[in-house]
Design a protein around this ligand. Sequence first.
Ligand SMILES: [Zn+2]
Length: 254
Amino acid sequence: MIKITDTHSHYDDKAFDSDRYELLGTLLSEKCEKIITLGCDLGSSRRSLEIAGKFENVFAAVGVHPENCTDERDDYLRELRTLAMHKKAVAIGEIGLDYHWEGSDRERQIRFFREQPVLAKELGMPVCVHSRDCTKEMLDILREFRPNGVMHCFSGSTEVAKEILSYGMMISFTGLITFKNAKKAAEACAYIPIDRIMLETDSPYMAPVPHRGERNDSGLIIHTAEKLAEIKGLSLEETVRICNENAERFFGLK
Ligand SMILES: [Zn+2]
């Protein structure tokens, strides 16, 4: 039985309200080695820790997502530090920049994105980074910080991947690489050395083909692993073994 570590999910999402704990129990006994669930603001970070606390092999990341920083308290860092010191917290995330929506407060996003890696560094934790429609600004900040981090749900070009790798970061792939229109990301994936790649779902979003558009869960990560194995010309077993090890090492999972 192949069990895959899902390095990025959101089990506090209301999409899981009806079956959260039952689903996680089944996934961990049948399909997943370990699961990391990420907070998107202080409230969801608290809930993520609570979920992680119920399962030996579920871990949490705590952080404020760029889409949530407008509504988050100015002094969020104090509580975030306390949450990050919880024994099931393994990373600061989800953090980053998202310039997709016109009218979002970009200055506040940049402030939050510059502050949280400083806390991560101080606590010796990695960061999980979200980036949408902001490649130049993102790379400028990463070049300066060179965080011990992972660029999640990578959809960029080989050129951008090269930059990110040169900062020492990891890159993780969701079901997006199974989409027909994601040729560019698949090309980048072929270029990136497998010891720098991790697998993730971003559940409940980004369900892979043939489940595109449905509620995603960590069990569907098998389709992304199969696609990665195909791109790399490796067996599924070998691909999963390496990606699971990458996750153990990067997040310091015990
Ligand atoms: Zn996410």
